[in-house]
Design a binder for this molecule. Structure first.
Ligand SMILES: *[C@@H]1O[C@H](CO)[C@@H](O)[C@H](O)[C@H]1NC(C)=O
Ligand SMILES: *[C@@H]1O[C@H](CO)[C@@H](O)[C@H](O)[C@H]1NC(C)=O
Length: 365
């Protein structure tokens, strides 16, 4: 009996000093679809969501850095997994304690898998840059809780990698970028996949074990792409590129998951569902699937939503919030599809469910 108690005491003490009590948090790498405020602090970036009416259906309704009227797909998925919403890396109030409690979101509007993507936005974090910032976070946490506890913390964390659309929309498909004439459709996809493979292996070497990669939707149907043709139809070639990206991405992740030790690396996309919403919006409770809810009168495309823009009457009925980005309602649908595909469970399942916050606290300023 005494031995047992002594053993238990040692174990409990061991757990504490080992940092076994660290929370499971998430680290998010992405573009404007996942940005929660990094670009707000990149003062020279042209990709900004810092003016009304961004954020109108989120928290206090003020712009919070999300390129949407409400939540991002990663917000909704994280809530469903029982994970807290990680603050933006550049949030000045970010501390080691906050990182241990909530993780970090490195996503940046205009960013891509490739370094050269989105150069026209002047400032943005590409995926390589985001991983570099994550390495900095690791150094901070190691010095705070020790190498061993930090290793466990980073092994147990969940990782989201959600980029790719800018590599097409704001790179390959624009003749001002040299990638557009250096590659053809197939060699460009190969180039992206080689780059992504190196980046995911790098994340694995840094401790990422449970990682989800979000695929692309029918990006040829975003309002900005539709206005390229007089008919206003979806851009077929752009959609085909998204499908090729998804096919290659899915194969890459399957391959990595089987080769990298202890890795659960998954790929999921919501292409088919979003495509169906766009063809049959009524079926899903939407009334408009081709123009943005927030637009500047009849002037199209208005590249961002601005205070002088006019909003649609019912935001829940629009698939697109602005020229590029889905509305909160569409993000909910995309998130539900991804949850189904990833088939994951809540991180707190063994401890009983704890309700996820319906509305994330808005950043204090
Ligand atoms: C991409 O940018 C990172 C810095 O963020 C740099 O370290 C890396 O060498 C670059 N890679 C390529 C292929 O240009
Ligand atoms: C894989 O997991 C096992 C058991 O938890 C551990 O001993 C091993 O070090 C892990 N390997 C890597 C590369 O993470």
């Amino acid at each position: 009996m005494k031995v047992m108690v002594a053993l238990m005491a040692v174990t409990i003490f061991g757990l504490l000093i080992d940092g076994h009590n660290c929370k499971i948090v998430q680290f998010i790498f992405g573009d404007s679809l996942s940005d929660v405020g990094n670009n707000k602090y990149l003062s020279k970036s042209l990709a900004q969501a810092s003016l009304p009416w961004y954020g109108i259906d989120f928290g206090n309704g003020l712009p919070n850095g999300r390129f949407s009227n409400g939540r991002t797909v990663a917000d909704i998925i994280g809530d469903n997994m029982g994970l807290s919403r990680p603050p933006a890396f550049l949030d000045p109030s970010l501390t080691e304690d906050k990182i241990l409690e909530n993780g970090v979101n490195y996503a940046s509007g205009g960013g891509g898998i490739l370094n050269e993507t989105g150069g026209y936005f002047i400032q943005r974090f590409s995926l390589y840059k985001q991983i570099e910032l994550f390495e900095g976070t690791q150094t901070l946490i190691k010095s705070k809780i020790g190498a061993q506890a930090a290793e466990k913390f980073f092994h147990e964390a969940r990782y989201v990698v959600a980029l790719g659309s800018n590599d097409f929309i704001n790179n390959y498909l624009m003749p001002v970028y040299s990638d557009s004439w250096t590659y053809n459709d197939q060699t460009f996809i190969d180039y992206i996949m080689e780059t992504l493979q190196t980046q995911l292996k790098l994340l694995h070497s840094l401790g990422a074990r449970q990682l989800m990669v979000f695929g692309l939707g029918p990006m040829g149907c975003i309002p900005l792409q539709r206005v390229l043709s007089t008919s206003g139809d979806c851009q077929d070639r752009t959609n085909k590129l998204a499908l090729s990206f998804n096919k290659a991405g899915s194969k890459l992740l399957e391959d990595l998951s089987s080769k990298l030790p202890n890795a659960s690396y998954r790929f999921g996309d919501a292409y088919d569902v979003v495509n169906d919403v766009i063809s049959n919006p009524d079926k899903y409770g939407f009334s408009n699937a081709d123009t943005p809810c927030c637009s500047f009168g009849r002037i199209r495309p208005a590249l961002t939503c601005i205070p002088a823009s006019v909003l649609c009457k019912d935001r829940s009925k629009y698939v697109f919030w602005d020229e590029y980005h889905p509305s909160d309602g569409a993000n909910e649908l995309i998130a539900r599809e991804l949850i189904k595909k990833f088939g994951f469970s809540r991180v707190d399942e063994t401890n009983g469910p704890s309700p996820a916050p319906a509305i994330a606290p808005s950043p204090e300023e």
